[in-house]
Design a protein around this ligand. Structure first.
Ligand code: SAM
Ligand code: SF4
Length: 330
């Protein structure tokens, strides 16, 4: 049976204050959207209230680019959290600006946060995020600590594991889950954004990571099953969990319950191919009646399993990624 599609990942902005090696193409300037191309707060809230919520979406994740760079992000969180139908509102961030914003975001209704943290070594971290000036690791770490103190629960840390870059830190990162109720999620590197690095370095199979962690501490399957694609395990006696997101080594397309809305209003049913995308911003600005937009989105939900299947037929997608993860809203 196909899963209910009720989860929308909303990219608030295509810009970012980091330039992670795995997310952005090397040595190339990305072309950013102009302000007028980005959905305004009003347009986004109209689409949510009048199109997505009536189509059955109740769970929302704000992402980017870096969502904390979007001006008025706290007000947006408050407005989305206030829809009676909203069951869950979460954010994925690099946490660089989080320390100063965590309390306001929490007060506005945000409860769940995923933070990218690819390294515990400041030097490695800076190399990964492309920072050449003062180290940014400490400020990100402070953002994580503040979010924890403010009460974000669950607090999840995302790690993209890249051979020869940060794979030597897997045990140290996994160990963060022992004493803290943090959930560390290891993500297989995908050839989106920086295909050159991917071709050069390759990726680490989640199975190998589980083996490594299991050899050190033992590893049991956690009792909880998350909403998303992660397989969840636990070091025996640990307070937190370990998640493995294995989109390269495993196909979870038949469990996929999500769609993605880009900052410029394209609705995308599958991360890995561009089939079926709808340009909702242009339609809205041209005055296409809301009930027609609802019909189009409803139709796309019905077609989603076939669109996902298209990616399954070709393994890791059709290989043509016109956009990076920061532009799609990974
Ligand atoms: N800037 C925010 C952040 O980094 O958390 C949100 C946007 S970022 C595009 C969302 C997620 O996509 C991050 O967890 C990041 O690690 C992941 N990501 C980006 N490029 C990736 C790639 N090539 N393979 C796997 N994950 C990737
Ligand atoms: Fe920015 Fe997030 Fe991409 Fe890193 S992964 S460059 S923080 S959007």
């Amino acid at each position: 049976m196909n899963p209910i599609v009720d989860y929308l990942r909303i990219s608030l902005i295509d810009r970012c204050n980091f330039q992670c090696q795995y997310c952005m193409p090397e040595g190339e300037e990305l072309e950013y959207l102009r302000q007028q191309e980005v959905l305004s707060h009003e347009e986004l809230l109209t689409l949510l209230r009048d199109v997505f919520i009536p189509c059955g979406f109740t769970r929302f994740r704000l992402t980017g680019g870096e969502p904390l760079l979007r001006s008025g992000v706290v007000e947006l969180v408050r407005a989305i959290a206030a829809f009676p139908e909203t069951q869950d509102i979460a954010m994925t961030t690099n946490a660089f600006l989080l320390a100063g914003m965590a309390q306001n975001l929490y007060d506005a209704g945000l409860r769940r946060i995923n933070i990218s943290l690819d390294s515990l070594e400041p030097e490695t971290f800076d190399r990964i995020i492309g920072s050449r000036g003062r180290s940014r690791w400490q400020q990100v770490w402070q953002g994580i600590q503040t979010a924890y103190q403010v009460g974000f629960d669950p607090l999840k840390l995302n790690v993209v594991v890249i051979p020869g870059v940060n794979d030597h830190e897997v045990l140290n990162l996994a160990a963060l889950s022992i004493d803290r109720q943090w959930h560390i999620r290891f993500i297989e590197f995908m050839p989106i954004g920086n295909a050159g690095l991917f071709d050069h370095k390759g990726w680490v199979d989640s199975q190998d990571l589980r083996q490594q962690i299991g050899d050190r501490w033992g590893l049991t399957e956690a009792q909880v099953r998350g909403n998303g694609p992660a397989d969840i395990f636990q070091i025996p006696g640990a307070k937190g969990t370990l998640g493995f997101i294995s989109q390269m080594s495993e196909c979870f397309c038949d469990r996929c319950n999500r769609m993605r809305l880009s900052a410029d209003g394209w609705l995308r049913p599958c991360l890995l191919n561009e089939t079926g995308q709808l340009d909702l911003k242009t339609a809205l600005r041209l005055g296409v009646p809301i009930d027609q937009l609802c019909d189009q989105v409803g139709d796309l939900i019905t077609r989603k399993p076939d669109i996902n299947y298209k990616q399954r037929e070709t393994g890791t997608g059709n290989g043509t990624y016109a956009r990076t993860m920061s532009q799609i809203g990974g």
